[in-house]
Design a protein around this ligand. Structure first.
Ligand SMILES: Nc1ncnc2c1ncn2[C@@H]1O[C@H](COP(=O)(O)OP(=O)(O)OP(=O)(O)O)[C@@H](O)[C@H]1O
Length: 245
């Protein structure tokens, strides 16, 4: 397993002083992502998806439960992961620095590791269907789909074994979404990374995931192979999601 969450709970304390209360953003979540597999997590707003993605990226420690990446707890220093985990998030204009040329943004994960970029940036831009010329552009000169392609190039440039995609296509038009999902599938076939694909959109999740976990109110109510989920979802909430598609 590349990633294993076992009985993970993340709690926050919220509310005004004297009326503080505990809120579990996720509660008792167990999931595993196998080598080369894409696990899809679907759930509506507030179901705990973003918290799950932050735990999977090692950016948030669970209040209780265990998280193993490649069989071990996350290292104390993120740098020790050496680019083995990367993220693609919803709004590329948050992850891409508006003042940096695309080439510099794509090279940044390598720079952090002290590795030379050489011809890798041009190659990465070709791989996501943009072409090397895009390296000179700024994010505001790109369409939403192109920006998300840049984010993907940037995520894959360290050849991660695991990628977390959190609402990675949700901000895009439907036709552009399909292009990006196809690109992701092609890149995964080529580079064989494992992925956690998180979205409120069951259609997108079903398109890319091998298995699907359904989240509701911080808990996983069902995990099933994508094919089985399509024909025979077990949980009433899963059926409801499928019917609303
Ligand atoms: N830092 C925080 N402090 C207090 N409560 C939080 C915090 N982060 C998340 N929560 C709460 O935990 C729950 C799950 O939040 P989370 O962001 O994981 O959900 P989500 O499924 O990603 O929703 P959305 O799609 O709207 O972002 C929500 O009720 C949210 O209000």
């Amino acid at each position: 397993m590349i990633l294993e969450l076992d009985d993970v709970t993340v709690s926050f304390t919220t509310g005004p002083p004297l009326r503080r209360r505990r809120l579990d953003a996720v509660r008792g979540v167990s999931l595993a992502v196998a080598e080369g597999e894409t696990l899809g997590v679907v759930g509506e707003s507030g179901s705990g998806k973003t918290t799950t993605s932050r735990v999977a990226l090692g950016l948030r420690r669970p209040t209780s439960g265990t998280v193993l990446f490649d069989g071990r707890p996350f290292p104390r220093r993120r740098r020790d992961l050496a680019g083995r985990i990367q993220a693609v998030l919803q709004h590329p204009h948050w992850s891409l620095n508006p003042r940096m040329r695309v080439g510099q943004s794509v090279a940044e994960p390598l720079a952090v590791l002290g590795r030379p970029a050489g011809s890798l940036v041009a190659e990465a831009l070709e791989q996501v269907g943009l072409g090397a010329g895009f390296a000179e552009r700024y994010p505001h000169e790109l369409s939403g789909g192109q920006r998300q392609r840049v984010s993907i190039a940037r995520a894959l440039i360290t050849r991660p074994s695991f990628v977390v995609l959190d609402e990675a296509v949700s901000a895009l038009d439907v036709s552009v979404q399909a292009q990006i999902l196809n690109l992701l599938k092609d890149l995964q076939a080529e580079f064989r990374f494992s992925a956690l694909f998180i979205s409120h959109d069951l259609g997108a999740v079903r398109y890319v995931a091998d298995r699907i976990a359904v989240m509701r109110d911080g808990e996983i109510v069902e995990t099933a192979a994508a094919a089985a989920f399509h024909t025979a979802p077990e949980h009433p909430y899963s059926r409801q999601l499928l019917e609303s598609l």
